[in-house]
Write a protein that binds this ligand. Structure first.
Ligand SMILES: *Cc1c(COP(=O)(O)O)cnc(C)c1O
Length: 362
């Protein structure tokens, strides 16, 4: 077929951020939950296996009702998708045309520019300020072609969130014709009381949508289950771009089981938050600069030394996420995994200090 490259290498077709994990390393690279599924989740998944010859309920009626009740919204205000990435793509397809622009923070979630381009829209990245979304600069980037603004709160990969006053004053100034997507993939890990729950900002704001996922705190990354909450017109538009049967039986059953296992899951999230604070404190006392994080990860802005640091950690058996020439993002693992990470980071730091305090470039 003309137009398709006939001999693309794997390197051409697989985006740079997707790296096949090396199973021999401790995986602190993808912000996954540190723990495997709850026994109750394993049980419902085993039951669903008996029904794999049957299509899933594409309306996911039970799950939509359950999520709506859980969050205190209407059923018609909930859209489900194949992960929040699936929903992000749906939002772009639903709201953008060729020539539309989408404003988003940068550095942020790698996948944003790709999903914006899939919809034929033009990415408008806006640099972070002090590792946070710079909402004033994002507002200033909105023009008559802007259809969507993405706010990543807290920001992946850097960690800090934007506060309530800052966010509400931004939302009040964004034109009604522009949709604001609050990506709250790490909502459950937020402990800064100033970082708002996006759901409390939806009232009287028909252009705002909140995006959440079962991939992170709920530990269901492989099952692809995300949800979006917004007023009905946005949900209807997003539902029109839903790929039929893309939310599997397994995803629906595991999400239902997880919602009824809130207490057990909350304990795990608390453990991760405690570990996040311990890891950050330990890295700070080793001499690294680490911004406060509201997610299940911490960020070291190491600039040109990022790649070298990533390789050093690999030698200690730890895989982290390197953003070349910018920084390294370390996912919070189990206590034992974090101990290995801290020991490795400490050893690298000592070498560094004895070499005169400068991180070597790649
Ligand atoms: C991990 C992550 C997602 C979630 O992706 P899923 O498709 O739900 O697995 C969304 N947004 C951000 C910022 C993330 O870091």
């Amino acid at each position: 077929m003309s137009g398709l490259r006939s001999r693309a290498t794997l390197h051409d077709v697989v985006p740079a951020f997707v790296r096949t994990p090396d199973p021999s390393l401790i995986q602190l690279a993808a912000n996954e939950a540190a723990y495997g599924p709850l026994p109750s989740v394993v049980e419902v998944l085993a039951r669903e296996i008996e029904h794999v010859n049957r299509y899933p309920d594409d309306g996911a009626v039970e799950l939509r009702h359950t999520i709506a009740d859980w969050l205190g919204v209407e059923c018609a205000e909930v859209a489900l998708g194949a992960g929040s990435l699936g929903l992000l793509e749906q939002v772009m397809l639903a709201l953008c045309d060729q020539g539309s622009e989408v404003v988003y923070p940068w550095r942020s979630f790698d996948v944003y520019p790709q999903l914006i381009r899939v919809a034929g829209a033009t990415p408008r990245p806006v640099p972070l300020r002090e590792e946070r979304n710079d909402l004033d600069a994002m507002l200033a980037s909105i023009n008559e072609r802007t259809r969507v603004v993405i706010v990543c709160n807290p920001n992946n990969p850097t960690g800090p969130g934007v506060g309530r006053l800052e966010l509400t004053s931004f939302l009040d100034r964004v034109p009604d014709t522009v949709a604001v997507l609050l990506d709250e993939a790490y909502f459950e890990y937020v402990r800064d009381p100033d970082v708002p729950d996006g759901l409390t900002l939806l009232r009287d704001r028909p252009n705002v949508a909140v995006l959440r996922t079962f991939s992170k705190a709920y530990g269901l990354a492989a099952l692809r289950m995300g949800y979006l909450v917004a007023r009905q017109p946005i949900v209807e538009a997003v539902d029109k771009t839903h790929v039929t049967y893309s939310v599997s039986r397994f995803a629906q059953a595991a999400a239902l089981a997880s919602i009824s296992a809130q207490d057990e899951l909350r304990e795990r999230v608390e453990a991760t938050v405690r570990e996040r604070n311990r890891v950050r404190d330990a890295l700070l006392s080793q001499g690294w600069e680490v911004p406060p994080s509201e997610g299940n990860f911490v960020w070291l802005r190491l600039g040109a030394a990022s790649g070298g640091f990533g390789k050093d950690l690999e030698r200690f058996g730890v895989a982290v996420k390197v953003v070349p020439d910018e920084g390294v993002r370390v996912t919070i693992g189990t206590r034992e995994e974090n101990d290995v990470l801290l020991e490795a980071a400490g050893a690298v730091r000592e070498d560094l200090v004895s070499a005169g305090g400068h991180l070597p470039a790649d």
